[in-house]
Design a protein around this ligand. Structure first.
Ligand code: DPP
Ligand code: ZN
Length: 879
């Protein structure tokens, strides 16, 4: 497949302004008729009309009602001599939705019809200029069997509906907003809806609907509440109202992504929509709230203002992730609960995006080339993209950022634009700001891949009473980018004295400031500093960088106990643990936690004021992927052994404290997923898992028994799964009967069975048992590669999230990976290429893993009929 280059962008030679689409829906053979108003784009040279189309059966093409000569060239339909004036183009084609296992375009799931058009699925429905800068007004007529498909939905407003002959019926939808084809959607099936009418600030009434399969209706309340909260928030925070009379959300069980922001008709993976206390965890409730918000927020950041081309994907995704993160923080409320959100987001960024940024798929937030755009819906485009937006806000302030957003919509509403347009709007709204004066340099965040390293070194001059902080930065080379320029890095910081008191940084008495590091090296001098301070740098994780401040354990302890920035307080504890683990790994010695560290952890766990949610985060050791990121050569088995040893020691040393924490964090009364309750459940579950782990080592049977009892009696999924995980992760004997019972209890709930698979595939490896079990589970009657959630629950869990089970000296994990990637690729290339990415970082592995991993990637790459998706991933891995 050709490599598409960002700099090759050209405007389309034609515009399609209006489309009348009609569908005669049938699973085996759906007839699509498309009538388009086409006009020549006079801004570019005269040329043929080339329409995209894949897997289509063309019946006829007419221009202004008359037959026209055309040819098919690869995935394009070429009309060499279209009229010079505006013309009507009519295409008729058929498609086979039930054969569409790729889940891109129009497909069937559970007997209903759904679409997924982003990024390039519309061309699998009909021939079109399937690119985001071609925006049209759509009128859609759906015809289908009335009994099988009583609900017929598309974007916008329902303008008419009625019955037809032979038991069929129809519905006509009109979307008044011009939109790119990737936002087109159709749903037809036997669905039911939760409905709610709301009135927005402007006094307009809107109908909100959440459509799901019969039987799932009671699991939609949380999604509806999240949608209403999102509407209220976007009006309050950014002045952005709901612009449609009707806003629909639909759940589907077979879906490649989390959800899709189609105009007025969001389509959701049921895993990102359905929740009840009995079947969904606190984490699920939080994820659903944030994804419902994310898709809703896209209505402005993505739909009203969309992307000119797919290289600009982060324009809408980074910005919308930023918006959903801010929303979740505002919903969480207290400053401590906000910090918990922030810590979780950063943990996610470091676990997923940092490795991406240092592996074979490293790419800038605005990539320069791709062969398959679906491969670039990445942690870099989304999560790092969101960090870039957060840095704008840090540099211009919250008010300044809101003004910038306002200007962005004033300038670009209804347009398809670029990341440069966004940057210009924020800067122009804030002339003279730290952003506007460095805009070109700041935009390197879009252009340069790789995670910058920031080195900090402070020196106190007792005689001069000054503290000089030297900051230096360096961005490592990434594929195709050997030399990097300095980035603009906002470093939010403060200084503490050795007793933990915040020091004044300037004559105004400020105790926190933003340093802007925009050179390779810079020094900052603070006056009137009496004694050697402890620097608290990069507060709130103010930039997506790796910070090396060389702080001693003693200094980290000061931050951990006293920093009033909760993020850095958490970070100090993580750093203490990380230092121990890295020291052991580098020295090749067994890990031994120090008494000082254990005491500090005990102090946190028993702290009278800290929230349970914060304690849970602080007492959770750094993840294996993040530890691997700190090492030049990665031995996944050694990392796993060190983490297991640390966990075992923390479990044993704090035995009584864990027991007290477990008891103290029980909740009386009904389930609510609020931050305080979910924090308590999280800490109780962590305590329980530590207690069961410790019991395994000491031979005690009380805590495993208690865990089993709690598993049986739990009144919500968070507690039930927490207890089950405690047993499974510790390798307790009671794990087997508990797993069996769990399966029997939930065998009819696919989303819960996904958890059952994932839990087993993610369990800490011990003597190859987890790998063997995961392999065996591929033969389980409930396992299938056709459902993305199910396939991921086992394959991604094992290959991407369980390094010690996956990276085996006998290369069994890699053989398994290759088989599964090839098997999935034949069904669903997008899904296959996600799993293929488990090998992104083969080159940093220690031997024997490294050679065996490379060989497995090469074996997959040698297959001649790989999808473009998987081919791009394996070829980048080998490059
Ligand atoms: N559905 C994906 C998202 O919302 C792609 N737009 O991020
Ligand atoms: Zn999105």
């Amino acid at each position: 497949a050709p490599l598409i280059q960002r700099l090759d962008y050209q405007q389309p030679p034609f515009w399609i302004r209006k489309v009348d689409l009609s569908f005669d829906l049938d699973p085996a053979k759906t007839l699509v008729t498309s009538k388009m108003q086409v006009e020549r784009n006079r801004a570019v040279p005269h040329g043929p009309l080339r329409l995209h189309g894949e897997e289509l059966n063309l019946l006829r093409a007419l221009i202004n009602g008359a037959g026209v000569s055309f040819r098919q060239e690869g995935h394009e339909l070429v009309i060499d001599n279209p009229p010079d004036d505006d013309f009507a183009l009519e295409i008729r084609n058929t498609i086979a939705p039930e054969k569409n296992t790729a889940l891109s375009g129009l497909y069937t799931s559970g007997g209903s019809f759904f679409t997924q058009c982003e990024a390039e699925g519309f061309r699998r429905i009909t021939y079109f200029l399937d690119r985001p800068d071609v925006m049209a007004v759509y009128t859609v007529t759906l015809r289908a069997d009335a009994a099988k498909y009583p609900v017929l939905l598309s974007n916008g407003n329902l303008t008419s509906s009625g019955t037809l002959e032979n038991g069929r019926h129809f519905a006509v939808w009109n979307d008044p907003f011009p939109k790119p084809s990737y936002l087109f959607a159709v749903v037809a099936g036997d669905l039911v809806a939760r409905e709610q009418r709301v009135r927005t600030r402007a006094g307009k009434d809107h109908l909100l609907q959440v459509y799901v399969r019969r039987g799932d209706l009671e699991k939609t309340e949380h999604a509806m509440n999240s949608l209403i909260a999102s509407i209220v928030w976007d009006e309050a925070r950014f002045g952005l109202p709901l612009d449609l009379e009707r806003f629909m959300v639909v759940g589907v069980s077979d879906f490649n992504m989390g959800a899709m922001e189609n105009k007025g008709l969001n389509i959701f993976n049921t895993s990102a929509l359905l929740a009840s206390p009995a079947t969904a965890t606190d984490a699920d409730f939080a994820r659903i709230e944030s994804i419902v918000a994310h898709e809703y927020f896209h209505n402005w950041t993505g739909n009203r203002v969309t992307c000119r081309d797919w290289f600009q994907l982060s324009l809408k995704e980074g910005l919308t992730v930023f918006r959903d993160q801010e929303f979740s923080m505002d919903m969480a409320g207290t400053s401590s609960a906000r910090a918990v959100c922030r810590i979780q987001d950063v943990r996610q960024l470091r676990a997923l995006q940092f490795p991406e940024d240092s592996g074979a798929m490293a790419h800038p937030v605005r990539p320069d080339s791709y062969s398959e755009i679906n491969n670039f819906y990445t942690a870099t485009v989304y999560e790092k993209g969101s960090e870039v937006v957060r840095m704008y806000q840090t540099l211009v302030g919250r008010k300044g950022f809101e003004a910038g957003m306002k200007l962005y919509f004033e300038r670009h509403d209804g347009q398809a634009v670029t990341c440069d347009d966004f940057a210009a709007a924020i800067a122009d709204a804030n002339p003279g700001s730290a952003l506007a004066t460095r805009l070109d340099a700041f935009k390197r965040w879009y252009a340069q891949a790789g995670t910058p390293r920031v080195k900090a070194h402070g020196e106190h001059d007792a005689a001069a009473r000054t503290y000089t902080l030297r900051l230096a930065q360096h961005t490592p080379a990434t594929p195709g980018q050997s030399d990097k320029l300095p980035q603009v890095i906002p470093v939010v910081m403060g200084l503490l004295d050795r007793h933990g008191a915040a020091l004044a940084l300037n004559a105004n008495g400020d105790t926190e400031t933003v340093l802007v590091l925009d050179q390779a090296e810079q020094t900052f001098v603070f006056e009137d500093i009496d004694s050697e301070p402890v620097p608290s740098l990069l507060r709130g994780f103010s930039a997506p960088v790796v910070l090396d401040d060389g702080l001693s354990d003693a200094a980290l302890l000061v931050l951990m106990r006293h920093d009033n920035d909760p993020f850095n307080r958490w970070e100090a504890g993580q750093r203490l643990a990380l230092n121990r683990i890295l020291h052991a790994l580098r020295a090749g010695q067994p890990l031994q936690l120090s008494p000082v560290f254990i005491d500090a952890m005990r102090g946190l766990l028993n702290h009278p004021e800290l929230d349970a949610a914060f304690k849970e985060l602080a007492l959770t050791l750094p993840g294996e992927a993040y530890i691997a990121e700190q090492l030049d050569v990665v031995d996944p088995q050694a990392i796993h052994a060190a983490v297991m040893a640390a966990q075992q020691q923390l479990a044993g040393a704090l035995r009584d404290d864990w027991a007290a924490a477990f008891e103290a964090n029980q909740i009386a009364g009904g389930y609510t997923p609020d931050p305080v309750s979910s924090g308590k459940r999280a800490l109780a579950n962590l305590a329980l898992s530590m207690l069961v782990l410790d019991a395994q080592a000491t031979g005690d049977t009380v805590w495993p028994g208690k865990a089993y009892q709690r598993f049986k009696d739990a009144s919500n999924m968070t507690d039930r799964l927490g207890a089950l995980a405690a047993l499974v992760n510790a390798g307790a004997e009671l794990a087997a009967p508990a797993l069996e019972r769990f399966h029997a209890l939930f065998k009819d709930d696919a989303l819960v069975i996904d958890k059952w698979f994932a839990l087993q595939a993610r369990a800490p490896e011990s003597e190859g048992r987890v790998f063997a079990r995961a392999k065996a589970l591929t033969k389980h009657a409930d396992f299938t590669l056709k459902n993305p959630n199910r396939a991921r629950s086992l394959l991604a869990s094992l290959c991407m999230f369980n390094p010690a089970a996956f990276h085996r000296a006998d290369a069994g994990g890699y053989v398994f990976w290759a088989e599964q990637v090839l098997a999935v690729d034949a069904i669903n290339p997008q899904l296959a290429s996600r799993i293929a990415r488990a090998m992104d970082r083969w080159a940093v592995l220690a031997e024997p893993y490294r050679s065996a991993a490379r060989e497995a990637v090469a074996r997959v790459a040698a297959k001649p009929d790989l999808s473009t998706d998987v081919r791009e991933i394996v070829e980048r891995a080998l490059a």
